[in-house]
Design a protein around this ligand. Structure first.
Ligand code: SF4
Ligand SMILES: [Zn+2]
Ligand SMILES: [Zn+2]
Length: 308
């Protein structure tokens, strides 16, 4: 089998039957990211774009492709890595992210959950926390917002791909959560200080993996020790089964969702300023400050127990 240009085939897309050589695949991929940015009006000329990078395949591919088209878009890139403090997992991501940023001559800014909450995610587990992903998600979001604010960034890009989007849509269908379905559009929520964008949101995970592989990108592949079987992994497996029976179903989930949000309106919640950090929030105390306070109490209780 050969690509339409006559080159050696490296990939056949099941749902469309298209065959690609390496060069044509790279061209398609980079054009697709550019088109997604343009059609979803993600970026303006001269924007300072932050990129949440973990060293994993999605954010590394995102950074690498954006650095190729940054000149055309007339934007600057500002990678940010959040260190959750997870032994045996985060270090390989930091190493990979540092190498990528060095090769692209970009300055990598790091921030840690320990600096924000006084404990690493591992230390939280020792304090008896059984919800590492909740703490991780909320505190990471807060840190990214804080960094973006301090660096006066205009947009914050993340590496969410089409599979992530299809899973999130399904999870919110199941919960009947119209507000969250709207939030997936990636526009700034009232509690975010900056507009979030997802330039890979129309590219399947499989193609992102292939791009990283073909271009020999430095990618960390360790899995977080706290990632286990949960609601999302069950939804992921369900969608993958549908996709293998009926190629293209992930794209259909996205187009169905686009029609639904066009014809529904999200609920408008009254906004406050968090009493502790002063950031916009729909609560009197934002979720991140609430968790940080919870952590302080747990630490105090643990110290008391040791003293007793
Ligand atoms: S799986 Fe690990 S990295 Fe992902 S949210 Fe949970 S704790 Fe954080
Ligand atoms: Zn070709
Ligand atoms: Zn707060």
């Amino acid at each position: 089998m050969k690509c339409a240009c006559g080159g050696k085939a490296v990939y056949t897309r099941r749902y469309s039957g298209q065959i690609f050589c390496k060069k044509c695949f790279n061209n398609y991929f980079e054009r697709k990211v550019h088109d997604t940015i343009r059609s979803q009006k993600m970026i303006n000329r001269l924007d300072r774009v932050g990129i949440g990078i973990s060293g994993g395949k999605d954010s590394t591919v995102l950074l690498s492709v954006l650095s190729k088209i940054a000149g055309k878009l007339e934007i600057t890139l500002h990678p940010i890595l959040i260190d959750e403090g997870i032994t045996g997992y985060r270090l390989s991501g930091i190493n990979a992210a540092e190498k990528t940023c060095k090769s692209l001559r970009l300055n990598l800014k790091m921030a840690s959950i320990k600096d924000l909450a006084g404990s690493t995610l591992d230390e939280l587990q020792e304090l008896g926390d059984s919800k590492p992903c909740t703490y991780c998600g909320v505190l990471r979001r807060k840190l990214l917002n804080k960094e973006a604010n301090e660096q006066k960034l205009d947009k914050l890009a993340t590496g969410h791909n089409l599979d992530d989007e299809a899973q999130a849509i399904m999870m919110n269908y199941v919960a009947g959560d119209i507000n969250r379905l709207h939030r997936l559009k990636g526009t700034a929520t009232d509690s975010d200080l900056i507009k979030r964008i997802k330039p890979l949101n129309r590219i399947p995970e499989k193609e992102i993996m292939l791009y990283a592989l073909l271009n020999k990108l430095e990618v960390a592949s360790d899995e977080c020790p706290y990632a286990g079987e949960n609601h999302r992994t069950k939804i992921r497996d369900f969608i993958n089964t549908l996709e293998s029976d009926q190629p293209g179903v992930k794209h259909k989930i996205i187009s169905g969702w686009e029609k639904i949000i066009e014809t529904s309106t999200p609920e408008k919640k009254p906004m406050h300023k968090c009493k502790i950090c002063n950031h916009p929030s729909s609560r009197k105390i934002c979720r991140s400050c609430e968790l940080t306070e919870e952590i302080k109490i747990k630490r105090k209780d643990a110290t008391k127990e040791v003293a007793d």
